[in-house]
Design a protein around this ligand. Structure first.
Ligand code: OSB
Ligand code: MG
Length: 363
């Protein structure tokens, strides 16, 4: 039987608005994909957003690329690696590619009865959970940091932007001198701002994430020489090849791995190996995913090469109600990956319908 590929465009309101240096998000709006073949149903999430603020991809480019080019490549339900080969002539569009690559991981996991965390090899059985705190007024941010520490998160990351970095980080560090703390600038600085960045070198951050341009490596390697705080790259790393280059020129010591940004789980695992070979560190980031995308992130974060706590928080931090019947829970700052086949999620089809604005078959 030919596989049936369908999409659902969903919108889930966030419990709190999420502000980064490039904008504010009040909901998670994106595409879920569903693949059905031989009585098996798999789900994945495309992590693009309505606007191209984090990446050049957005929901509109993603559904175009999926519909016009990628959907036809999964009709015979290939293994993820075979799909990546077929899609390799298409430049970029990693988030669109990842949504299908991960769908195939889930499908084959469900078909063989294997949970994702086992398929990837070397699961620790848990993911160390961290939290990414958006910007708001500094007092509220300090309060949110405190609540997050009380909940048991193993690493706190705060968003910063040019001109507010010192105020935010000095307030948080003074209030919580002992916590594992990092800051994410989402590309808001250039090398001209080096004095601003040197002033936050004193706050004993585990790393500063993506201070410079979204496609830059060279300026990061120059900046790294002037700071004692390690740099972490997010936006700049879109493949294991880029990761190799980043380590080769000392542009970073740490990488935030987001499966969507790097075309899926295969390349995520390759990047984790590159980090380990170069004596670097890595962790799994997030894109405020629904319970569907989250299940992939948590499984990946439970693998042994992921050695730092990630932006892998339980579903309840984001949404009043999620579209899975089995949301993740955090205990002692850790989240256990699902043990059912594939992602192991149980999608709440009834609730999914109520948050779907559009659905249909692909191509
Ligand atoms: O830079 O890591 C980022 C969310 C949207 C876009 C970019 C980023 C983020 C986050 C959120 O930091 C992490 C999460 O899912 O909790
Ligand atoms: Mg980031």
């Amino acid at each position: 039987m030919k596989a049936q590929l369908t999409f659902h465009k969903v919108r889930l309101p966030l419990l709190r608005p999420f502000t980064t240096s490039f904008g504010t998000q009040t909901d998670r709006t994106g595409y879920l994909l569903r693949l059905e073949s031989d009585g098996i149903t798999a789900y994945s999430e495309c992590v693009t957003e309505e606007e191209p603020g984090y990446s050049y991809e957005d929901n509109h480019t993603a559904i175009h690329v999926i519909r016009s080019f990628l959907a036809g490549m999964v009709a015979d339900v290939p293994e993820p690696g075979a799909f990546l080969q077929r899609a390799s002539w298409i430049k970029g569009h990693n988030m669109a590619k990842a949504s299908l690559e991960m769908l195939l991981w889930d499908y084959h996991g469900r078909a063989s009865g294997m949970p994702l965390s086992k398929m990837m090899g070397g699961s620790k059985g848990y993911a160390d959970a961290g939290v990414s705190i958006g910007m708001s007024d500094t007092d509220s941010m300090v309060r949110t940091v405190g609540e997050s520490v009380d909940k048991g998160y193993r690493r706190i990351k705060v968003k910063i932007e040019k001109g507010r970095e010192y105020e935010i980080l000095s307030a948080v560090r003074n209030a919580y001198p002992g916590i594992t703390l990092s800051a994410d600038a989402n590309t808001d600085y250039t090398l001209k701002d080096i004095e601003l960045l040197k002033r936050i070198d004193r706050f004993d951050l585990e790393y500063i994430e993506q201070p410079l341009g979204h496609d830059d490596l060279l300026d990061h390697s120059k900046l790294a020489k002037d700071l004692s705080t390690p740099l972490c790259l997010d936006e700049s790393i879109n493949s294991s090849h880029r990761a190799e280059q980043a380590f080769e020129i000392d542009a970073c010591k740490v990488i935030n791995i987001k499966p969507g940004r790097v075309s899926g789980l295969t390349e995520s695992l390759n990047i984790a190996s590159v980090c380990s070979r170069h004596g670097g560190h890595c962790w799994v980031g997030g894109m405020l995913e629904t319970g569907v995308g989250r299940s992939y992130n948590i499984a990946l974060a439970s693998t042994k090469l992921i050695d730092y706590p990630g932006d892998t928080s339980p579903n309840e931090r984001y949404f009043a109600r999620d579209i899975v019947k089995n949301p993740f829970r955090m205990s002692d700052g850790r989240i256990k990956p699902n043990t059912g086949p594939g992602t192991g999620i149980d999608v709440d089809d009834r609730f999914l319908r109520t948050v779907t604005s559009e659905s249909g078959s692909l191509p």
